[in-house]
Design a protein around this ligand. Sequence first.
Ligand code: CP
Length: 308
Amino acid sequence: MTGPRHFADIDAMDGDTLRDILEGAKALKKARAGKGQAAPDAGAPLAGKLLAMIFEQPSTRTRISFDVGMRQLGGETIVLNGQDLQLGRGESVADTARVMSRYVDAIMLRTKSHAVLEELMAHATVPVINGLTDLTHPCQLMADVMTFEEHRGPITGKVVTWSGDGNNMATSWIQGAARFGYALRLACPPELQPSDRAVDWARRHGADVSVGSDPEAAVDGADCVVADAWVSMHDDPNSDRHNMLARFRVDERLMSRANADSVFMHCLPAHRGEEVTDAVMDGPQSVVWDQAENRLHAQKGILAWCLR
Ligand code: CP
């Protein structure tokens, strides 16, 4: 590969590289057993490296896990609110990329426009990491695959069911089906179907992806059931989404149709009582807190791949 190693999207990476990143993340996690969160990793592999994080939208997990991850790897971070930059007053993304590349070793961006990420990557001479856009959330997908495999072994050949909005997180799960080899069953309201482009791309790359509107049919035989917020950060909060999505709520009745050893996943933040009930979120099949923790470890694998 020439140029900086961007971590842009699951469909922009080959399966072997994604697997190498995940195995690196698992090794980094294992090596930290028993250490305090502020203790550096052995050898401080990213000592002297500086990550800038730009947030155009709110974040808890992404902000904290990237910051802690860089510290554990021996590096440092700068956290920037998009509105505080000249970017918010009309400086171009391209010029911002050129300038920031002179100051920092990598850039993590959370943006409401995927086109901004693409322009940043096109003009940055340092690695750029996708920390969520309106179209995808690849860092979360890496943490989710890692979490599934910790609980249930290799995800290849397993069945994952998505119940709800065919949103940016759904797109990353669709792309992941092609790269990690799980079957994906999406149940989404007719008005909120997932990206045709992503589904077509995944099928062209050998993925077993089905799209429908019946959550009960989709969850039959599932090894993993995934829910997400009904109103994402870039959605209109006044839309009719709550009515459209009510029958896609993951409750104990729906979980009981999945395999007995299935896990429940949610990237968080959750809206308890909407897309998922308390009984499922806090129940024995839920692995949501492990998912949140694994954002830290998976992103350390991504940072190490981008910067070493
Ligand atoms: N799941 C996720 O990306 O969380 P934050 O929005 O809190 O970063």
